[in-house]
Design a protein around this ligand. Structure first.
Ligand code: SF4
Length: 222
């Protein structure tokens, strides 16, 4: 953890207790180590019913559990209520990535995170989702602020985890830890679209459970 030089982080309103919504180990690795380096007292909240199929969900979750245990960080394993996710996604099956379906997906995950934060006295929530270069950070921040705004005394920390070398450290940590490397965003529709893109390029479809970060590679997906 000491191999990186990072700025000292201060959560909103000088708070030290944070609930971190985590989407996966590669995205949360840098966020976790950055908060540890600044002495932020945080808990991971893993709520991602969007991830399909179950095999992929368990791979992503287990990697995150492994890394949390390594650092002694509390990990809340929330529901895999995929039926609710599919119900909310109805009619948005053909939305492009970063579109309305993704807003729904972020809203759903952050609403549950905010509820848990409210019920367990966390004054601040944040997320690893925005560190990925594939995501629209403004879209994520809007959803985060909206969810936190449902409860008095709860703030969404919209820190840009990419800046100050965060994106590069995210990749270096992923390689160091040899994390499982997911090859699509998460839902069945993103898997479909990724496979279509790969077909168009003459590449084989995604094979779940086969791709891991290794040193001397240039990862092209998180
Ligand atoms: S593409 Fe990603 S963010 Fe968008 S709905 Fe699917 S899993 Fe959620």
């Amino acid at each position: 953890m000491n191999e990186f030089i990072r700025p000292n982080l201060t959560p909103p309103n000088g708070q030290k207790k944070v609930l971190l919504h985590s989407c996966c180990a590669p995205c949360s690795g840098e966020v976790m180590e950055a908060m540890l380096a600044s002495g932020v007292d945080y808990t991971i909240f893993f709520y991602n019913p969007n991830i399909h199929p179950l095999k992929e969900y368990l791979l992503r979750k287990d990697e995150n559990v492994r890394f949390a245990e390594k650092h002694g960080v509390p990990f809340v394993d929330a529901d895999y209520d995929k039926d609710n996710w599919f119900a909310r996604a109805k009619g948005m099956e053909w939305e492009p990535e970063r579109g309305a379906r993704c807003t729904m997906c972020f809203n759903m995950r952050f609403e549950r995170t905010a509820l848990y934060a409210h019920e367990h006295d966390f004054p601040v929530m944040t997320s690893s989702l925005g560190i990925s270069r594939w995501k629209n950070m403004a879209q994520i921040n809007d959803c985060g602020h909206r969810a936190a705004g449902r409860y008095d005394g709860l703030s969404y920390w919209d820190f840009n985890w990419r800046k100050g070398g965060g994106s590069q450290r995210m990749i270096e940590i992923s390689k160091r830890e040899e994390f499982y490397q997911q090859e699509y965003c998460g839902c069945v529709y993103s898997l479909r679209d990724t496979n279509q893109h790969r077909r168009d390029q003459g590449r084989p479809p995604v094979v779940i459970g086969t791709q891991f970060y290794r040193s001397n590679e240039d990862p092209d997906s998180t």
